[in-house]
Design a protein around this ligand. Structure first.
Ligand code: AMP
Length: 621
């Protein structure tokens, strides 16, 4: 099979921004053209070098730009009143801003965002009209969280993609014009009451001009057409991604997904369906499991019978099966240079399985960002996921850092909490210190607490390189789902309401995110007082599963990338045994709090030995 590849290398042009009297390169322009002289990588890297060398200045100018663009919007007016900021210098504005505008959580901004979602077109958070909202894990509990999405969001996605690709290609050069096997999925977009388009940020990006620009200008094409990415059936999309990835196997330069678990899950599905996929490649057909007409047509328009490729793949699979699929990826995609995905934070447990499928092929950790804003780029793609750091991009948002000091260790609790100090700007962070990130964005979030804990690992020129530590208040997560202690509490409250009808009560509870067994799932342990029929407990289990409203959880449950919730009923006295265990290990009774989520092996051993009944949720089935 030939690739028909042309040597095309994209270059970036600078966009010059006049901020008052200063001319500053705030961003590489989105227009990328190819001239084959290899200057793209150099240009974007030298742009980032100059920006990171002057990180403090770029941060101040970024803040100035955000505030100037949104001068007089309702939210800012509340704090600035009639102060004229236009004539202020960037330093003075930075200190005025941080002294007048308070830190905010998603809950604080939500009433404003809700009005936008309901169709209020007044300049509430931004002057630029907001027509699209993204769903984020945010920092509130118990509800879907909207954050504004604008063209700027897609533009920065393209910029960080280009920057990261330039750093990757220094270490792992790829052939210009190849293909990418991308396990990417759009979720459904829907309309809010006020007619705004809502969906995940990645969904908006895949539908954006920038996603097309990236493919056309870099001449690196995803194997799957838009219909496979966006038709909304996770299993059918995965089958087609695999089929097309194999159809173009010799052209594939790297394999990627946003989060690592998607790749692991795709290969688990490949283990099941490889014979069917081989048959489709041999015959140029498409399995009847693909029922979506648009997707069927788009895939059938691409593939054609290729018996020799099919028999090569068959041979590889027969051999690999005997080796438990070890090193399958480089065997199927002989020209692939690496596997690229987010493997840090809650994705770290998946890197082991990924390493198994990838054999000796490099695993490259992808960038750090959130629905609210991109944050940092991985400048050293050869690092192991556990050592990866992210260099903050000082032109994307205005970043502040709340210093966090660990409280005397509360080792009975799974949750980590910290004592806070006053937020500091990016230029004042210290190596080795942990911080919570605060964002001021071009999309109308002002001093917004992201809820992520990071540690400063060092500097790239003047910009900090961050280690991702954890979600500050997150306790339950399997993959993209994020649930706090509060979320869990609300769910357990709902589930246990049924008990009171049967004169029974919940004595105590805890939980565990089981990622050892695939698909990962939540286990909730209950100790109850009173006799309750099994039928009712099964209903409690279903009710809890259905009550988690975190978008990541709901989507993952629908697609079965998180399995049904498990309710374990433990015998009476179990939580007393847990208390005794901690007391026996030196905890003070006055300080003891039942851990609401645990991965402590000793505690899990007690819980599992004491489990007398197990139920699996039937929600989503
Ligand atoms: P969401 O906005 O719901 O997509 O989730 C964004 C969150 O995912 C961030 O705030 C982080 O907690 C987590 N996240 C994103 N990128 C990374 C990364 N590279 N490493 C670890 N965690 C990440």
């Amino acid at each position: 099979m030939t690739c028909g590849l042309e040597p095309i290398v994209p270059i970036l042009r600078w966009s010059f921004c006049n901020i008052r009297s200063t001319t500053i390169l705030m961003e590489p322009a989105q227009a990328v053209t190819s001239n084959g002289n290899g200057s793209y990588d150099y240009d974007i890297i030298s742009w980032f070098d100059s920006v990171s060398e002057n990180a403090a200045m770029f941060q101040r100018e970024t803040l100035h730009r955000i505030l100037e663009q949104n001068y007089g919007v309702e939210y800012l007016k509340k704090w600035f009143e009639d102060i004229k900021i236009q004539e202020m210098d960037a330093c003075a504005l930075e200190s005025l801003y941080t002294s007048l505008v308070p830190l905010a959580s998603h809950a604080d901004l939500e009433p404003y965002i809700q009005r936008i979602a309901d169709g209020d077109t007044a300049p509430i958070l931004t002057h630029q009209p907001i027509t699209t909202l993204s769903l984020s894990s945010g920092t509130t509990e118990g509800r879907q969280k909207f954050v504004p999405f604008t063209r700027h969001s897609s533009q920065t996605t393209l910029q960080i993609f280009m920057l990261a690709a330039a750093y990757r290609s220094r270490v792992y050069p790829i052939r210009n014009g190849g293909r990418i096997l991308e396990f990417i999925y759009s979720s459904k977009q829907f309309k809010t009451k006020g007619g705004l388009t809502a969906g995940t940020a990645t969904t908006h990006y895949y539908a954006s001009e920038e996603f097309k620009i990236k493919q056309e200008k870099t001449k690196l094409f995803t194997c799957s057409p838009e219909e496979v990415i966006s038709d909304g059936d996770y299993k059918q999309s995965t089958y087609c991604h695999l089929l097309l990835g194999l159809f173009f196997s010799y052209q594939v330069e790297f394999i990627t997904s946003t989060f690592a678990y998607s790749i692991v899950q795709a290969f688990a599905s490949f283990e099941e369906h490889w014979k069917e996929i081989c048959n489709d490649i041999k015959e140029g057909t498409l399995s009847s499991r693909i029922t979506l007409p648009r997707m069927r047509k788009a895939v059938l328009d691409i593939i054609s019978p290729n018996p020799s490729l099919a028999s090569q793949i068959e041979e590889i699979c027969e051999e690999s099966q005997a080796l438990d699929w070890y090193s399958l990826i480089p065997k199927l995609w002989p020209n692939a240079k690496y596997v690229y995905s987010i493997m840090t934070g809650s994705m770290q447990p998946y890197s082991k399985k990924l390493r198994h499928y990838a054999g000796t092929l490099p695993l490259v950790s992808a960038e750090y960002g959130s629905t609210e804003s991109w944050i940092g780029v991985n400048l050293d793609p050869s690092l192991h996921p556990k050592d990866v750091t992210f260099a903050v991009i000082p032109t994307f948002s205005y970043f502040e850092f709340i210093p966090l000091y660990r409280q005397e260790q509360d080792w009975t609790s799974g949750a980590v909490d910290f004592i806070e100090d006053k937020p500091v700007p990016l230029s004042q962070v210290k190596v080795g210190q942990k911080y919570e990130i605060v964002l001021t964005t071009f999309t109308g979030l002002y001093r917004y607490r992201l809820g992520d804990v990071v540690e400063v690992a060092g500097f790239h020129n003047g910009t900090p390189k961050l280690n991702f530590i954890c979600r500050r208040k997150l306790i339950l997560t399997v993959n993209i789902d994020k649930n706090t202690e509060k979320d869990l509490q609300l769910v357990v409250e709902r589930g246990s309401q049924l008990l009171s009808k049967y004169r029974a009560e919940l004595v105590d509870f805890t939980s565990y995110a089981d990622v050892v067994h695939q698909p990962g799932h939540y286990i909730i342990y209950w100790e109850i007082k009173g006799d309750v029929e099994e039928r009712v407990l099964g209903e409690c289990c279903r009710e809890m599963d259905a009550s988690f409203v975190d978008h990541g959880y709901v989507v993952s449950r629908r697609t079965n990338s998180i399995g049904p919730l498990e309710l374990c009923i433990v015998e009476r006295g179990t939580f007393k045994k847990i208390l005794d265990h901690f007391i026996g290990n030196g905890a003070a009774l006055s300080q003891f709090k039942t851990p609401r989520c645990t991965s402590n092996q000793m505690l899990l051993a007690i819980l599992n030995v004491c489990t007398i009944k197990r139920f699996r949720s039937t929600a989503y089935s």
